[in-house]
Design a protein around this ligand. Structure first.
Ligand code: IVH
Length: 679
């Protein structure tokens, strides 16, 4: 069935190479340098152009092409692979004394009076080795037991900060050459972690405990598509030759070469000449670590000279030439004095542990989330229990387990979810199949406060200055009864409140004015529609191009939007069917908020045609095919029915294909779809 590929001419070859070079450059700028030059849309356009050319000329596809990040899945789990040399762990120092002892030993054993070190952040992830041959990424291997790891290459390829290839020119310039090994850390940034957990919560899946578990779990999943969506990152810290020896005479030179070759090296490292400067670095980062977008659990200190490293050698499992200074664990033990219930903006009731205050990693913690009733049951927590509480980067403190031993008597009082909302007395319900209890009173004041705080928060309308204290006052005095009231605030109204002067009133009003410039997706996100997070709001804005089109969309139309399933579609419809919300929207429109966005231009090649995609396609992922169909005016659906016009089938297509045959629906393959798109 596939159409015959078009003959390849020199011009096409050139164009393909040009596109690849451009895409690689943009990937490096975006994922490694954090300094993009073009919009995501422009990047996507280049990528689609390259994909189309490669699909028409399959013989031009190379494994290091930027289109080849997501490939087939590893069939039966991962193969075991021996490391070029063991991936060891590090000895730890927990205080200044232990650190200085180590420095003394380094001096004694090496017989050197002067030893220079490199201090690096100890990234809380999972170490990973990358093998490059002739400039191309050949293998990505987990640490495993240190001597043997697992071949997770298919997943590693989806991490955009890992180059799929290093050009011979760059390899030469950086002095890395074409055959080398890189070792470093895979991490999941806190933002990706929270987003992923939010999405998992919405989908009713269990959440990951912390970014390290999430990174380690993700790199070992058997679905490269899933890995690609989870946004992992990779920081390199060793450059080795293929036999596992150091490629450079000093560690700092290795870091420079890795940077020059396009690898991401954590910029927060420092070359120092004595242990006092090491100690200063440790203290600096202890104070700043909460501001990092990823988690660290300490500082790694490495002897800079490789000659000295060799002289110092290894103990059983760790090098003598490096040590990990571990920051005090950000966990503490305390007693649960009570379990309170908080009401969120969607009416969700969250049980919160009221703790006997405990000092954890620089702050006093007196509250910790217990998420929901299922979590309380999973932990087996009772009021009066001793528990371990953990605090991560941006994450709210949480109860991780109950302590059950002789010293810590168990609590006796079982928590019960209230039948009435603790804020308004409204009915509390738990929908079948959902973990959460909710207050269903639309006028619940707690919902109001939370929905305003959500609307004004940084990722949404970004109205700085409208924090908790101001919002509480505005809500209590009835000055703000919904988010539209924010735009009717005046200097006089603000000045009538406590602790607000002329200057801060003006600032708040300026910020409110500025919010009117924000794009449509922020406004959609700000409405606080249940299950519509930041990402879904983006997809909706892009798909419908205006608030009006979104408000008018029926369930079927909503289901065509990326990542919108029946539950989200129903929640959106519910929102726009509520007359109070329609009134609110009209006021927001009058206030001058952005109700128009940029709708993605759609073709008409597939207008009015409904597709069902099934199985694995040879070049495109299902999401990409869906996008291409929709961009061409077609529709996609998840199930085959009489209304289906085409079933797009790849390999391993199952029951949907059978159903299509049964109903006599035309089955096409990827090549045929591409042909239809061209016409
Ligand atoms: S060096 C033999 N550098 O910490 C040298 N490790 O506790 C071992 N880690 O397994 C690795 N950041 O997963 C090194 N800048 C860094 C690191 C780092 C995080 C992890 C790595 C290692 C573990 C040892």
């Amino acid at each position: 069935m596939p159409s015959k590929p078009a003959p390849t001419d020199a011009k096409t070859v050139k164009q393909v190479e040009k596109l690849r070079a451009e895409l690689r450059r943009h990937e490096h700028l975006y994922y490694v340098m954090d300094a993009p030059e073009v919009s995501d849309a422009e990047y996507d356009r280049l990528m689609l152009e390259l994909k189309a050319l490669e699909a028409a000329h399959p013989e031009l596809v190379t494994p290091d092409s930027p289109t080849q990040r997501v490939g087939g899945k590893p069939k039966e789990g991962f193969q075991k692979l021996a490391h070029s040399r063991p991936m060891l762990s590090l000895d730890n120092a927990y205080n200044e004394g232990e650190l200085r002892d180590w420095d003394r030993r380094v001096h004694e054993l090496s017989g050197s009076a002067k030893v220079a070190y490199v201090c690096e952040l100890k990234l809380d992830g999972m170490s990973l080795a990358l093998w490059y041959r002739e400039g191309a990424l050949k293998k990505g291997i987990t640490r495993g037991d240190g001597s043997t790891g697992e071949d997770v290459t298919t997943n590693v390829r989806t991490i955009r900060s890992i180059p799929l290839s290093v050009s011979s020119e760059t390899a030469k310039k950086s002095k890395l050459g074409g055959d080398f090994e890189v070792r470093g850390e895979v991490i999941m940034p806190i933002a990706s972690f929270t987003r992923m957990n939010d999405e998992r919560e919405q989908q009713g899946l269990s959440k990951f405990a912390n970014p390290r578990n999430a990174a380690a779990g993700t790199i070992r999943t058997l679905e490269p598509n899933v890995v690609a969506q989870r946004r992992l990152d990779y920081f390199s810290y060793f450059a080795l030759t293929p036999d596992g020896t150091e490629a450079f005479p000093t560690h700092s030179e290795a870091l420079k070469a890795l940077t020059a070759a396009g690898f991401k090296v954590n910029p927060n490292h420092r070359y120092v000449e004595n242990i006092d400067d090491v100690w200063a670095f440790i203290n600096e980062w202890e104070a700043k670590r909460d501001k990092l977008p990823y988690e660290i659990d300490g500082i790694v200190i490495k002897v800079d000279s490789i000659r000295l490293q060799r002289e110092l050698g290894f103990t059983g499992k760790a090098p003598r030439w490096a040590i990990a200074y571990k920051y005090a664990a950000r966990a503490g033990e305390t007693i649960i004095e009570d379990i309170l219930v908080q009401v969120g903006r969607t009416g969700k009731l969250t049980p919160v542990a009221a703790l006997k205050p405990v000092f954890i990693g620089g702050t006093t913690v007196s509250r910790a989330t217990l998420h929901n009733l299922d979590e309380i049951e999973r932990l087996g927590v009772k009021i009066g229990d001793w528990v371990v509480v953990e605090r991560g980067g941006d994450v709210i403190p949480k109860v991780v387990r109950v302590i059950d031993d002789k010293k810590h008597p168990r609590g006796t009082k079982t928590f019960r979810m209230p039948a009435k909302c603790p804020e308004c007395g409204g009915h509390v319900v738990r929908t079948e199949g959902e973990a959460d209890h909710r207050c269903i009173n639309a006028a619940c004041p707690a919902k109001l406060r939370e929905s305003i705080l959500h609307f004004t928060s940084r990722g949404v309308m970004n109205i700085e200055g409208m924090g908790e204290s101001l919002v509480n006052q505005l809500a209590d005095r009835g000055l703000v009864k919904n988010v539209a009231d924010i735009f009717d605030l005046t200097e006089d109204k603000l000045l009538s409140l406590e602790r607000i002067g002329k200057k801060s009133a003006k600032n708040v009003l300026d910020e409110i004015e500025a919010a009117k410039q924000l794009p449509l997706e922020r406004v959609i996100f700000g409405l606080g529609i249940r299950m519509v997070g930041e990402r879904t709001a983006e997809f909706l804005a892009e798909h419908f191009g205006s608030m009006d089109a979104l408000a008018a969309a029926n369930e079927e139309e909503l289901l065509q939007v990326n990542e919108v399933g029946p539950r989200i579609a129903a929640s959106i419809r519910e929102f726009f069917e509520e007359p109070a919300n329609i009134k609110l929207l009209e006021r927001l429109r009058k206030a001058g908020l952005n109700f128009k966005g940029e709708k993605k231009e759609r073709g008409t090649q597939l207008a009015e045609k409904t597709f069902v995609i099934t199985g694995t396609l040879p070049t495109y992922s299902r999401d990409e095919a869906k996008k291409m169909i929709e961009d061409a005016g077609g529709r996609t659906s998840g199930s085959v029915s009489k209304k289906t016009d085409f079933v797009l089938a790849g390999t391993e297509a199952g029951s949907k294909l059978d159903k299509a045959r049964e109903l006599g629906i035309t089955v096409i393959d990827e090549a045929e779809l591409l042909k239809m798109l061209k016409n």
